[in-house]
Design a protein around this ligand. Structure first.
Ligand SMILES: NC(=O)c1ccc[n+]([C@@H]2O[C@H](COP(=O)([O-])OP(=O)(O)OC[C@H]3O[C@@H](n4cnc5c(N)ncnc54)[C@H](O)[C@@H]3O)[C@@H](O)[C@H]2O)c1
Length: 321
């Protein structure tokens, strides 16, 4: 199969490495406006590159959209209408209206997938298995939290708020784990660095009256040992679970580099020798669906549901400010 990766930035370059390894570099085409970046990824992975995705319509079996959030819709719609498989990085789009446009463009079922990376973590899969089996009894309260360093705010905080960028992961995780939709949100937060929300604390009601909280911020100090503080707590009538998602990083320090460095062994990895972790599992699930002509996991409808939940949180943040 031939696949195009649209956008070779942070995520697209990880995709390029994993997909070139899985499918062979000759079957992967990168699309990137920034020539230097395109050349660097081509050099590192052996893939070919171009600068306009329109020229690839009808030329590939599948597409991965790793463009900035606000640019997801046009190529996703165009490639879906061609009948290609499309994997869109989270969030599916930046509004419910745009999500509807994307969902309507599906000419064949099961060909749209949203990159909700946390669903490919073996620990969240094990927690879901236990929740589905009813191990903790009827649920009383679920808390999900995720914080990133201030560099996250500097990198993307000028174009998007923290609940849209990080919270979409946690809202999807909450709904996927519990099997329930968010019905309403009562959220408060703060804008610290600019015009977008940098702290968001949302109290949520899910179907059946389940109470939950999702907390997001990007206030971790740049020199902190951990670049992510995240987790899930589940409390039920018959039991509870705590999943610490803060780190599975390898911390290294040596005479030649006497500052502790973190090697991500879990999500997408920065070390050639590492497996690619959750992202490799996510891309493998997508490639397998394309190769077998089967429906993708994480359907577009569930990506749209997560965007709707973000909108509920952001509306409440604005209302309560
Ligand atoms: N799953 C995760 O944990 C995770 C983490 C970070 C980002 N993301 C998501 O991944 C997506 C990409 O984020 P990123 O951080 O990699 O962004 P980025 O800014 O690092 O990369 C985007 C790239 O797209 C290129 N680009 C822009 N317009 C283009 C066009 N028309 N044609 C070709 N190239 C174009 C830019 O030059 C840039 O290199 C976003 O949707 C983001 O929310 C997901």
């Amino acid at each position: 199969m031939k696949i195009a990766i649209l956008g070779l930035g942070l995520m697209g370059s990880f995709y390029a490495r994993i997909l070139a390894d899985r499918l062979g570099p000759a079957n992967v085409i990168g699309v990137e406006l920034d020539t230097e970046r395109a050349e660097a990824v081509a050099r590192q992975t052996g893939i070919t590159t171009t600068d306009d995705w329109r020229g690839l319509l009808g030329q590939v079996d599948a597409v991965a959209v790793t463009l900035p959030d606000h640019l997801h819709v046009a190529p996703t719609v165009a490639f879906l209408q061609e009948g290609a498989y499309v994997l869109v990085e989270k969030p599916l789009a930046t509004s419910t209206e745009d999500c509807e446009l994307v969902l309507k463009a599906q000419v064949a079922p099961g060909r749209l997938m949203v990159g909700q990376l946390l669903r490919f973590d073996p620990r969240t899969q094990e927690l879901k298995r236990r929740l589905d089996a009813g191990e903790f009894g009827p649920l009383r309260y679920v808390k999900v939290w995720r914080a990133n360093p201030t560099s996250g705010a500097a990198r993307v905080g000028t174009r998007v708020g923290v609940s849209a960028f990080l919270g979409v992961h946690d809202l999807d995780l909450l709904m996927w784990l519990t099997g329930r939709d968010v019905v309403s949100a009562n959220a408060s937060g703060r804008k610290i660095f600019g015009d977008h929300w940098d702290i968001s604390v949302a109290c949520l009601e899910l179907d059946g009256g389940l109470f939950a909280q999702v907390e997001n911020h990007w206030l971790i100090h740049p020199a902190a040992q951990r670049s992510c503080l995240a987790g899930v707590e589940v409390f039920g009538e018959a039991g509870q679970a705590l999943l610490d998602l803060s780190t599975q990083e390898l911390e290294v320090v040596s005479d030649s580099a006497p500052i502790t460095r973190r090697v991500d062994t879990h999500n997408w990895t920065f070390d050639e020798a590492m497996s690619g972790g959750n992202l490799r599992r996510e891309l493998e699930a997508f490639v397998r669906a394309v190769e077998r002509g089967e429906p993708c996991p994480v359907p577009g409808e569930e990506g749209a549901r997560a965007v709707r939940a973000v909108e509920l949180v952001e509306q409440s943040l604005a209302h309560n400010s």
